[in-house]
Design a binder for this molecule. Structure first.
Ligand code: SAM
Length: 283
């Protein structure tokens, strides 16, 4: 890191070994939603994620790396980009990284980024666009998996409706495997979402265990699609079911009452995006 230190802004790279360090305490606090909200920041673990986030234009506040990563050219470059962006770089002990990430064998690089949400009013889907709306999603693993799947199928983004788990929690961000930086996320109360839906002229496809329509029988092409998924425990409330153009069901065999929310979202998304997905990678 010495090259960076001499070339970079002096004082921006700090060596930290103590858990009592105020910067470390501030970052550790990001494991709690209250402090994420206060700081409007969140943590992402891993060098690849940090580089992807920087490439996608996310604002980095702090880059933390383990002493063991010293001399790694990719880490040095990420550190230089952090300083150039006005952020702080911390070189820390494994003990500090373990405490900050609350994980044994932590990744050698962690980034603290500014949170970013898309205002609902700015979402104006065009024909062919697919958005997913999640009603009161509770489980961070489900939310992260849905964000990752939305990214994988080339859907446009996710709208979180009502009281939901935090898209910027460590668990959600981990489950997105980096897709949190690629997928726009909006948040809205149920009322605001219902008002926005009035101006949405595409197909609103709700999924419901009492849905009368087989999801494979619908033509999703030629218009924007909004896929609306219900809460893990309660499914879609009547008010949201009523604003759907169709209530679709995924047929099931066996004894399970329903599919896991993220699995059901994946099944739906691959059907909706069926004609847009090929194995051709453009080479
Ligand atoms: N007990 C809940 C209920 O009564 O709806 C189960 C909810 S399920 C775990 C979560 C969401 O996944 C549902 O609200 C629905 O959006 C979707 N889902 C799960 N299985 C489905 C299926 N077979 N057909 C349609 N949607 C399904």
């Amino acid at each position: 890191m010495t090259g960076h230190r001499t070339a970079g802004a002096p004082g921006r790279v700090k060596e930290v070994t103590s858990l009592a360090n105020p910067l470390v305490k501030e970052i550790k606090a990001l494991s709690l939603k209250k402090f994420r909200d206060e700081q409007q920041a969140f943590m992402a673990e891993g060098l690849k994620l940090v580089i992807d986030a920087l490439d996608l234009g996310w604002s980095i506040r702090t880059l933390i790396f383990a002493k063991s990563a010293l001399g790694n050219p990719a880490v040095e470059k990420a550190a230089a980009r952090t300083v150039a962006a006005g952020g702080t770089v911390l070189e820390v002990t494994e003990k500090v990284l373990t405490a900050v990430t609350r994980r044994d064998n932590p990744q050698a690089v962690v980034g603290v980024f500014e949170q970013r949400l898309v205002p609902l009013k700015d979402i104006r889907p065009a024909p062919g666009d697919v958005w997913v709306a999640l009603d009161r999603v509770r489980d961070p693993g489900n939310l992260g998996t849905v964000i990752r799947t939305v990214d994988a199928v080339g859907a446009k983004g996710v709208i979180l409706v009502g009281e939901t788990t935090d898209p910027f929690s460590l668990e959600t961000v981990r489950a997105t495997m980096g897709s949190i930086f690629a997928v726009p996320v909006a948040k809205a109360s149920q009322d605001a979402f219902m008002a926005w839906r009035k101006g949405f002229s595409g197909l609103v496809a709700g999924t419901h265990l009492k849905g009368a329509v087989d999801y494979r029988s619908v033509d999703f092409s030629g218009r924007p699609v909004l896929l609306l998924m219900g809460n893990e425990q309660q499914g879609l409330p009547d008010a949201l079911a009523e604003i759907c153009d169709r209530l679709l069901r995924i047929p099931q065999a066996g004894r399970a009452d329903s599919l896991n929310l993220a699995v059901a979202t994946g099944v739906m998304l691959f059907e909706i995006r069926r004609s847009g997905l090929t194995l051709d990678d453009g080479d």
